[in-house]
Design a protein around this ligand. Structure first.
Ligand code: FES
Length: 158
């Protein structure tokens, strides 16, 4: 019987320990914060139907506020696009809702290089396999060249 108990203990250690480390990583903590980012195209020069890309500084990520498919509210994303549609500017995550690849803005749409999904400039699905739109971010303008996006500090995580 002792060998069975030993075997079960070894199995639990081998399977459960890595999961615990994944769930509670050692070291740093994920902390909600506002993330300042610089824009490639200043806000006052962003034309209707255009988009400008932004990326999270190292050790920071952005917080998705919408879900669907592989995405969920609160999930971390590391880049996005500020888009202007009919005079209204919104910030979209670049994380594809299919399986999480990063989409690229080209020809007025967002194309995913992994499996061919295409999203409209508002983040809506134009072509699958993705079935859900790109997530929005909560953001505000600090200046024409800088915005602040709700996100996370990831210092020491991972
Ligand atoms: S991850 Fe984008 S289409 Fe599959």
């Amino acid at each position: 019987m002792w060998w069975l108990a030993g075997l079960l203990t070894a199995f639990a250690a081998a399977v459960v320990a890595p999961l615990l480390v994944y769930i509670w990583p050692s070291g740093g903590k994920i902390k909600p914060t506002s993330v300042k980012v610089n824009l490639q195209t200043p806000l006052n020069q962003l034309k209707d139907g255009a988009a400008t890309k932004f990326e999270a500084p190292s050790n920071y990520g952005f917080k998705m506020i919408d879900g669907g498919g592989d995405n969920y509210p609160g999930k971390v994303s590391f880049g996005g696009y500020l888009v202007k549609v009919s005079g209204k500017t919104t910030a979209l995550s670049l994380t594809c809702s299919h399986l999480g690849c990063s989409v690229n803005f080209q020809g007025g749409e967002f194309a995913c290089p992994c499996h061919g999904s295409v999203f409209g400039i508002s983040g809506n699905v134009v072509r699958g396999p993705a079935q859900f739109p790109l997530s929005n971010y909560t953001w505000k303008q600090l200046s024409n060249s800088q915005i602040q996006v709700d996100g996370y500090s990831l210092q020491g995580v991972g």
